[in-house]
Design a protein around this ligand. Structure first.
Ligand SMILES: [Zn+2]
Ligand SMILES: [Zn+2]
Length: 449
């Protein structure tokens, strides 16, 4: 006689199922909690286990995992998870951890008996439905001048509220349209409204776009699970970035979408998503040449420079000037310290060269000078240094970016005024703005002389 183990903390449910299955010729074992159930499943090796998903102490996911981990040690039973949850994500998670079937309560005796009697061993895994082919890429008009638009300008964490209405509270995301390409710089929470705008603009037309990730701190990737174009099988989403300090780029992006944090895994996003870890510091997105430079920020973080047909855009959302950090570290002017400062100066020089003559520089300007003193080593810059960098590098347009979550609109405007004063004191023509959600900037090709 075949044996089935019913694990459920609901005594009346166990009684009902026992009645059904005894009548159908099964020998029925019962367990009132998960731990006892796992013990019985391993000791007595029933042909099937019916376990409730949500029970105090030990849930159905844990039961599935515990039993499946014993592969080769015990005869593996068919496992049916029973639950009141109709969420597709719970069904997927249960199957992923080893359930063969998932039955939503209330169900009928016939449903359960049919599943128990069907076949031997585990249910074969259904092949996933083939994805529709990506139709030809609809080229964007190339006759329009390259331009950019800010969708998220905040650092560290989204900050909605009355104090941030003018500059915006979404985290880093900048859209660049250039030479037939859509290039998105970072996937902070600003990528959510960008995704909605793209979906509206393209309607049912396929979208091909490239997402460049500077680093995987959460404020630069947290919007991706809410990026609507990644949910359409007609779209193509290419993601480029560098391997992080502990995990690969792909693994970091997928782990923020794992079941405890988000209901849809990246694997189940229907958009054609390709993640490429970069090893080179120069590559192309269509006609746009892209160069990268490692910047001074905890972990692996880069800045990007995009060379469009009408000028270049440098994007360094998180950066703490090397020299300033080392000089603030204190200590006597020993030979070692002088050497350290020399090294820091060379590193800053490298960043200046990277952004030299850029038409647009978007850069981390999180702090005022006085604030920076108590944030040395946090990985972010201050306005004074950023303006100096832009002046040295002969940049044309500077955007203060990665605004501090504690700064309201008034303070950011004050920092902008100060930045413009520094430029005026130098008698320079550098244009300065504080990046603001919804702000657009069009690059104009320089007239040929
Ligand atoms: Zn950041
Ligand atoms: Zn960061």
């Amino acid at each position: 006689m075949k044996t089935v183990l019913v694990i459920d903390d609901d005594a009346s449910f166990r009684k009902l199922v026992t009645q059904w299955l005894s009548g159908a010729g099964w020998s029925v074992l019962e367990a009132a909690d998960g731990k006892e159930g796992i013990h019985l499943a391993i000791e007595l090796q029933p042909n099937a286990v019916i376990c409730s998903l949500l029970m105090p102490g030990c849930n159905g996911f844990q039961i599935c995992r515990s039993i499946r981990e014993r592969a080769g040690v015990i005869e593996q039973p068919k496992i049916i998870v029973t639950t009141g949850s109709v969420y597709a994500t719970d069904r997927r998670s249960a199957i992923e951890v080893g359930a063969d079937e998932y039955l939503v309560k209330p169900f009928k005796a016939d449903d359960l008996i049919r599943i128990l009697d069907f076949g031997q061993g585990r249910r074969p895994v259904a092949a996933s439905a083939p994805r529709p082919p990506v139709t030809a890429y609809t080229s964007l008009p190339t006759d329009q001048p390259p331009r950019l638009k800010f969708w998220g300008v905040r650092g560290s964490i989204p900050t909605p509220g009355p104090g941030t209405v003018w500059y915006g509270g979404n985290t880093s995301c900048v859209e660049v349209r250039a030479d037939g390409e859509i290039i998105i710089l970072d996937a902070g929470s600003g990528i959510r409204p960008l995704g909605l705008a793209l979906a509206q603009e393209f309607n049912d037309q396929p979208i091909t776009l490239t997402l460049l990730i500077t680093h995987t701190h959460w404020d630069h990737i947290q919007g991706f699970p809410f990026f609507i174009p990644a949910y359409s099988p007609h779209n193509k989403v290419r993601i480029f970035g560098y391997e992080g300090a502990r995990k690969g780029l792909h693994s970091t992006l997928t782990s923020q979408m794992e079941s405890p944090y988000f209901p849809v895994s990246m694997r189940h996003m229907p958009g054609n998503i390709a993640v490429t870890e970069l090893s080179e510091q120069e590559f192309r997105v269509g006609q746009v040449k892209v160069t990268t430079a490692f910047v001074n920020h905890p972990g692996v973080c880069v800045g990007y420079r995009l060379f469009t047909s009408a000028g270049s855009i440098a994007y360094l959302p998180d950066n703490e000037p090397f020299q300033r950090l080392r000089s603030q570290s204190g200590g006597q002017p020993t030979a070692d310290r002088v050497e350290a400062l020399k090294y820091a100066s060379e590193q800053d020089q490298r960043i200046i060269q990277f952004v030299q003559d850029a038409d647009v520089l978007i850069i981390d300007s999180q702090y005022e000078d006085a604030e920076y003193q108590s944030h040395v080593g946090w990985g972010h810059g201050c306005v004074d240094d950023v303006v100096a960098l832009a002046l040295f590098a002969r940049v044309k347009q500077l955007f203060l970016f990665h605004h501090d979550p504690d700064h309201d609109d008034t303070q950011i405007s004050r920092m902008l005024d100060w930045a413009r004063q520094i430029v005026a004191l130098h008698g320079d023509t550098l244009a300065v703005d504080a990046a603001r959600e919804g702000m657009e900037y069009v690059l104009n090709p320089a007239p040929k002389s």
